[in-house]
Design a protein around this ligand. Structure first.
Ligand code: IPM
Ligand code: MG
Length: 372
């Protein structure tokens, strides 16, 4: 298969982790005889420095003419600490989501057996957790009208949803549930918010098309608690933009590190793949950022194009790296010498040589073998 992939690595650790995802995709292309072309463009704080815009026209144009977008991270403390900044890096990401029509953001959350002890939660509560969060991505309070009174003392953000916006992501969530445990939990605040009541009504109606899937409802405050108390009760979580943003960060605690959580943002025409973590400015350039979320986002890219065997190979390589503790310091307090690029090297090499015996396995794949 031939794919043109736009690379928007962005700010902070974005470029470091994206580099490892590209390394992984190149190894897959080589192994499975695909042609993946990569073209980079700037976005975020770095793009503001270069052009004054967080999403330059040339970047948007490249994305619109590519088969997929691989995204790194966005954000810079100089904007976080300045609420009065008129131009902000995040505007670039939000505009990109809107312009590409990426209305569904899919965030898988898995408790890997070998990482159970990394989570602050009790092992017996999280073992076996496998959740897919479907977060609506182009509506709600993120995109409603924003106002600030002239005297600067009153502000508002409008939260608005239409039936159509709810229906299209709901269909995707139910279709996904049909291939999984056949349960959808709608997370909302229908006891307070009109938009949530619309979500409940529309989702109930759509659910009639999927009689094999069980539909359940939870208020978001309760869902936040249930995620920590008993995450195994969830299969597909369907929710609006802001609730999805919050509960997906919360859910990352189950996996032991936010550095593991990948995501796919899809619409009718375009698709973008990005780790859910941010730009982690304190770690920039230190080689300590975990590239796995970005690498697993690349696996979601492969799945999106029905390259399931390839995606499975990437996941297998990631699991092997976790098993052997070829991991960055967020997961590996014992061996802090393993850098972002070493993890990527290991995964690349595993993809190119999956049949190696276990003898001296880790060293072989780290290029440190004493026998070869
Ligand atoms: C995310 C991020 C973004 C969001 C920010 C960077 C705008 O937190 O992708 O979860 O809130 O959607
Ligand atoms: Mg977020």
């Amino acid at each position: 298969m031939k794919l043109n992939i736009a690379v928007l690595s962005g700010d902070g650790i974005g470029p470091e982790v994206t580099k490892e995802a590209i390394k992984t995709l190149k190894a897959i292309a080589q192994e499975f005889d695909h042609t993946f072309n990569f073209k980079s463009a700037s976005v975020g704080a770095i793009a503001i420095d270069e052009t004054g815009e967080p999403l330059p026209d040339a970047t948007l144009d490249l994305c619109k003419h590519s088969d997929a977008v691989l995204f790194g991270a966005i954000g810079d403390p100089k904007y976080d600490n300045n609420p009065n900044a008129k131009v902000r890096p995040e505007q670039g990401l939000l505009k990109l989501r809107k312009e590409l029509g990426l209305y569904a953001n899919i965030r898988p959350v898995k408790a890997y057996d070998m990482l159970l002890s990394q989570s602050p939660l009790k092992e017996e509560n999280i073992k076996g957790t496998d959740i897919s969060i479907y977060r609506e991505l182009t509506g709600g309070i993120y995109f409603g009208e924003k106002q600030l009174s002239e005297d600067g003392n009153i502000a508002s953000d409008l939260c608005e949803y239409s039936r159509e916006e709810i229906e299209r992501i709901t269909h995707l969530a139910f279709k996904a549930a049909q291939t999984r445990q056949k349960k959808v939990t709608l997370v909302d605040k229908a006891n307070v918010l009109e938009t949530s009541r619309l979500w409940r009504n529309v989702v109930k109606q759509v659910a009639e098309d999927y009689p094999d899937v069980v539909l359940d409802f939870l208020f978001v405050d309760n869902a936040a608690m249930q995620l920590i108390l008993n995450p195994k009760q969830f299969d597909v979580i369907l929710t609006e933009n802001m609730f999805g943003d919050i509960i997906s960060d919360e859910a990352s605690v189950i996996g032991g590190s936010i550095g593991l959580l990948a995501s796919a943002s899809v619409g009718d025409k375009h698709a973008m793949f990005e780790p859910i973590h941010g730009s982690y400015p304190q770690a920039t350039g230190k080689g300590i950022a975990n590239p796995i979320a970005s690498i697993l986002s690349a696996a979601m890219l492969l799945d999106h194009f029905e390259l399931h065997e390839e995606a499975e190979m990437v996941r297998e390589a990631v699991e092997k790296s976790l098993q052997l503790e070829i991991t960055t310091p967020d997961l590996n307090s014992k061996n802090n010498t393993i850098t972002t690029s070493k993890v990527g090297d290991f995964i690349e090499d595993f993809i190119n040589n999956p049949k190696d015996s276990n003898l001296n396995f880790a060293n072989i794949h780290l290029g440190q073998s004493t026998i070869i």
